[in-house]
Design a protein around this ligand. Sequence first.
Ligand SMILES: Cc1cc2nc3c(=O)[nH]c(=O)nc-3n(C[C@H](O)[C@H](O)[C@H](O)COP(=O)(O)OP(=O)(O)OC[C@H]3O[C@@H](n4cnc5c(N)ncnc54)[C@H](O)[C@@H]3O)c2cc1C
Length: 432
Amino acid sequence: MTVGIVGAGITGLALAHYCRERDVDAVAFEASAKPGGVIRSDRVDGRVLEHGPQRTRLTPAIESLIDDCGLRGDLLTADTDLPLYVYADGRLRQVPFSPRAFLTTDLLSARGKLRMLAEPLTGGARDDETAADYFTRKFGSEAYHNMIEPLFGGIYGSDPDEMPGEYALRTMRRMERSGSLVRAAVHRRLDGKERQPPISFAEGMAQLPRALYEHNADRVELETAVEHVAADGTGYRLDTEDGSYAVDRVVLTARADVTAGLLDSVDPESASALRRLYYNPLAYVHLVSEADPDGFGYQVRHDESLRTLGVTWNASLFDRDGVYTCFLGGMKHPGMIDRSDEELGRIASEEFETVMGVSAEAVNVTRHPRGMPAYDGSWAAMEAVDPPDGVTLATNYTGRMGVPARVREARRLAEAFATGDEGSATTAVAEA
Ligand SMILES: Cc1cc2nc3c(=O)[nH]c(=O)nc-3n(C[C@H](O)[C@H](O)[C@H](O)COP(=O)(O)OP(=O)(O)OC[C@H]3O[C@@H](n4cnc5c(N)ncnc54)[C@H](O)[C@@H]3O)c2cc1C
């Protein structure tokens, strides 16, 4: 069996790698000259800047990929106990991730904390509520407003008020199986999942896909955009500018709108549904500052007058020579990415100074016009996505978004191809 993979981002590369391990014939076609997809890092004036993910977690699967590719020597790990903050009522306030921090944080009043503790007495997720309704019902309006909205909404650049629970809360539903979210969080802490440290690499996150590419270069065709997927006997044909390739199975890892264009002839209904999925636009401004805080960074509470959504403190996490990454745009200010570099740089640096009390200079702007899957009402279109046998959609709008989840899905698919378990190689249910 030959598997044709469209895209050599982390999903496509990990899939090519795991297929090799399992003796499954696979080839990944990548439109761009560089592997890695949204994972992009470079050096500007000697400093490492992250243009996509700022970090990931050292899960067992990622750790073994690192070892397979000989990347251990360049691995950077951050302290799991570094604090994360929310900017609220004019100050940075620590998000409590431990019982002690819960008692001492000033992000919540005593009343707000007591209300949070009542979560095990509340009911499970309902299909007809939004993520905002759900979290408010579970934890109370203060915890929602001060903590959950900035953190949960911050992951996707979305507004939980616009995120139907049916699509946005699948992970929460799984956590609820242990009786309550609080109990599930405690279990996660006890079984060590919360202790998987944040990681990056000496030359940035992009070192991981680059190393995976180098390790599997004979199975990855760079600068080879797939233009169509066509049915071909019992399998498929991938048409590229350089020629056509016959494969038995196709795995599509590109963005929903791109995948729609590829599927038009074999599955027009899925293609039309995929075109409706909305992604939040994001702009990243890289700042350099002499501020020297300890922590992950901060998210900004929704009702603050700042336009900044949040800031990652790369300087503190991975000793990145004064670098801070400021996020602008998202569902709250979608027009932000149309502003000039100068204006975005000015907004980011002025607001950084307001929060941190130290000046910052903008050194780069990166735009993601279709950045994060929004998991908003447009996700109802996923109900109509049902690719034909032999075609699997596997990326961050079908499964979970984070790099660890992408790697896990790639391994699951390779295993399904290796064992001939076609039922397990189907498209995952959309899951935030
Ligand atoms: C802005 C941003 C920040 C994020 N931050 C984090 C974070 O901090 N931590 C974390 O764990 N996760 C983060 N994520 C999530 C994670 O990085 C992504 O979900 C993951 O990298 C997506 O990988 P992928 O391979 O599925 O898709 P992609 O990276 O999108 O790769 C798809 C590939 O397909 C290629 N392609 C497109 N069209 C074609 C075609 N016609 N033919 C051939 N190839 C084609 C593209 O060039 C691309 O390389 C972030 C995501 C984004 C967008």
